[in-house]
Design a protein around this ligand. Structure first.
Ligand SMILES: *Cc1c(COP(=O)(O)O)cnc(C)c1O
Length: 342
């Protein structure tokens, strides 16, 4: 697939801003090129605009070349930049199987890009025929979320492959929750498909939502387009340093993930025992989608008891559903106790 044919022409022709750290990134003893303060406040210097050290570490972890990694201020930045790079406002389209993460359509709307919503099946998997039918010659991006938010399930692997192979645009697979599954996801196929884009984040399994670090993996051409249009210093010095340090503790991450998975499975088995709970959907993520009698009232009652969950009862296919993040053992027990007393 020729990526240059998919990119908006103004972006293809764009001459990017060249920052001081782009023009000189070698060693010098006196830096008078960026109008920084010369006094060491810990953060007086601009960050590396290409986040080289951090990408080196992420490349090792994910077994991906550094030039196939884009880092954003959260995955949300990558979502926005993908839309801006590939979709001509008022003309191009994005297809989004629903229900899913809300940022894809919000970002599209901000950029005045048309979205086509297609429904997932009743068990929240891809409906191949509906999805293929929604794709047109103006469709540039197809967003898939696996494991999906708010349902928690992995999408069917073969169906995703079929879409990647049949669609002439980019398939963006959001794997924010991939560390909570035993699936290796789609990263191993990165070099097989030029139209495959994968999003991951440090916000969930790595426990660093406050840091704002999202990762986008794709072929070199797509990554260089994102780098060309990003704000030059989009990842702060503090974020880069803290992320580098935390990424060395993979064991700590893995043990927290195991604990969350154990708690998730225990919580699911306890929730289904409650009279008010009609269904707990199978989850490959760190949350559960729960169909419950009087979801809205339950949401409010829990809130009055100091527990906030996510009311998804007005979302497509999620009638009477609450989305509940898995907490600590104490938090989960408290939740069950309050629910059983309602
Ligand atoms: C939480 C979440 C993200 C994370 O976004 P960040 O901006 O990286 O914090 C991305 N996608 C989905 C589907 C999510 O649920």
């Amino acid at each position: 697939m020729d990526i240059t044919k998919l990119v908006r022409s103004n972006i293809l022709e764009l001459k990017p801003y060249s920052s001081a750290r782009d023009e000189f990134s070698g060693g010098a003893s006196i830096f008078l090129d960026a109008n920084e303060s010369p006094y060491p406040t810990q953060y007086n210097r601009y960050p590396d605009p290409h986040q080289r050290k951090l990408k080196q570490r992420i490349g090792q972890l994910k077994k991906v070349n550094e030039n196939q990694i884009f880092l954003g201020n959260g995955s949300d930045e990558a979502i926005d930049l993908l839309i801006r790079a590939f979709c001509e406002p008022g003309q191009d389209e994005i297809v989004i199987p629903q229900p899913t993460y809300g940022m894809y359509s919000v970002s599209a709307s901000i950029n005045n890009v048309i979205t086509r919503a297609v429904s997932l099946t009743s068990d929240f998997d891809i409906d191949i025929n509906k999805t293929l039918a929604a794709l047109s010659s103006n469709t540039k991006l197809l967003f898939l979320c696996s494991p999906n938010n708010p349902s928690g399930n992995l999408l069917n692997y073969e169906k995703v492959i079929e879409l990647i192979e049949k669609f002439d645009g980019l398939v963006v697979i959001d794997e924010a929750y991939i560390d909570f599954t035993s699936s290796s996801g789609f990263l191993p196929l990165l070099n097989k498909y030029t139209n495959l884009v994968i999003l991951q984040t440090l916000s969930k399994a790595w426990g660093l939502a406050g840091l704002r670090l999202g990762m986008c993996f794709a072929n070199v051409e797509i990554i260089s387009i994102l780098n060309k249009i990003k704000p030059p210093y989009n990842i702060s010095v503090a974020s880069q340093l803290i992320a580098e340090e935390r990424l060395n503790d993979e064991e700590g991450k893995d043990s927290r993930v195991r604990e969350i998975i154990n708690q998730r499975d225990w919580l699911a088995s306890e929730l289904i025992k409650l009279k008010s709970v009609e269904r707990v959907f199978p989850s490959d993520a760190n949350f559960l989608l729960v169909r419950i009698k009087n979801a809205k009232e339950t949401y409010i009652s829990l809130l009055e008891r100091g527990i906030v969950v996510r009311d998804r009862s007005t979302v497509l296919l999620c009638d009477d559903c609450l989305r509940i993040s898995v907490g600590t053992p104490v938090e989960n027990q408290k939740l069950l106790k309050e629910l059983s007393q309602l």
